[in-house]
Structures are given as structure tokens and as C-alpha cells.
Design a binder for this molecule. Structure first.
Ligand SMILES: [Zn+2]
Length: 163
């Protein structure tokens, strides 16, 4: 946590690097570079010494950076008290719409029982594994909260008055 990631731009796109050179370049341990390879960093050839394309290094480290900015997996919410992403039980997640397309996921941390919040768009929400159980509670809310009126149009709650 809090460890700064190496600057991807240190690698020259048209150069090849051995594991050792890569470690020196980014001032990390050789084991770290081996881990990167295990995590999917592309190497040339199947046997040691591996050669790593500078271009691949950049791509890999850039992707790692982006990932680090979003520590939560799709079904996790960051708990401020535990200071870690937590995976609440699906039946503890609630979606509170703030606009027609945006809202907050509200859940209880399974470890410390404090309230966790995560801003999410409705579109994103639909990609979440927990979506199904959330929509169940959404259906209970649909008339009063009116999250997405078009979804409710089949329910005949008197919205057919287009003049
Ligand atoms: Zn917690």
C-alpha cells in the first residue's frame, strides 16, 4: 500500500530488456520483475534469459497504474474505517439513485459494520455481479423512488399522458 509505481516511460519503446536490466531500470528487485511476468507482462521467447520489449513494459506498467487508481473490484466498496475494499454480502447492498443515471451504492462493511458508499452509474451497476440482488430491492422501491421511469412504463401507474 502507498508504494509508488515505477514510471512506465522509463522504458524505451524500441529496446529489449533482460529481467536484470528491467530491475535496474525501475530500481526494483528482480523478483518484482518475475512477478510482473507472472502477472502477464509479455516476454520474448520461452526460455531464460527472457527479453522484455520496452513497449510491453510500458503497456504493462500503465495498466497497473490504472488498476491501482481503482482499488475496488466491481463488487467491492471501499470501507473508510477498515481502509480497504470490502465485499459486502449482496443482500446488504442498496442502490440509492441521485439522478436517473447516477446513484450511490450503500452497504454495510462485513467486518466493522460501518456504512460504505460508492458512487456508481446505473450503466456500471448493471455490469456488477451483485446487480441481480440489487434490482430485487429496486423493484420494491420503483414506484416511490422512480429510478428509471421508462422501466416502469409497463406497470400502468398513469404515465401515458402524452398530449
Ligand atoms: Zn469496515
Amino acid at each position: 500500500m502507498g508504494k509508488r509505481l515505477p514510471n512506465p516511460r522509463l522504458a524505451k519503446i524500441h529496446r529489449n530488456y533482460t529481467v536484470e536490466e528491467t530491475a535496474n531500470l525501475y530500481e526494483v528487485h528482480k523478483n518484482t520483475v518475475s512477478n510482473w511476468i507472472k502477472q502477464g507482462l509479455a516476454v520474448c521467447g520461452k526460455k531464460r534469459p527472457f527479453l522484455i520489449m520496452g513497449r510491453d513494459l510500458r503497456v504493462f506498467l500503465e495498466a497497473k497504474r490504472v488498476k491501482n487508481k481503482q482499488p475496488c473490484k466491481p463488487d467491492e466498496i471501499y470501507c473508510m474505517r477498515c481502509r480497504a475494499p470490502k465485499k459486502p454480502a449482496a443482500d446488504l447492498i442498496e442502490y440509492k439513485a441521485t439522478t436517473a443515471t447516477l446513484g450511490n451504492l450503500v452497504a454495510i462493511c462485513p467486518d466493522c459494520e460501518s456504512i460504505m458508499n460508492r458512487r456508481v452509474s446505473l450503466a456500471k451497476l448493471k455490469q456488477m455481479p451483485c446487480y441481480l440482488s440489487i434490482t430485487q430491492s429496486l423493484e420494491e422501491l420503483h414506484i416511490t423512488e422512480c429510478i428509471n421511469p421508462s422501466v416502469n412504463s409497463g406497470l400502468n401507474i398513469g404515465e401515458e399522458h402524452h398530449a
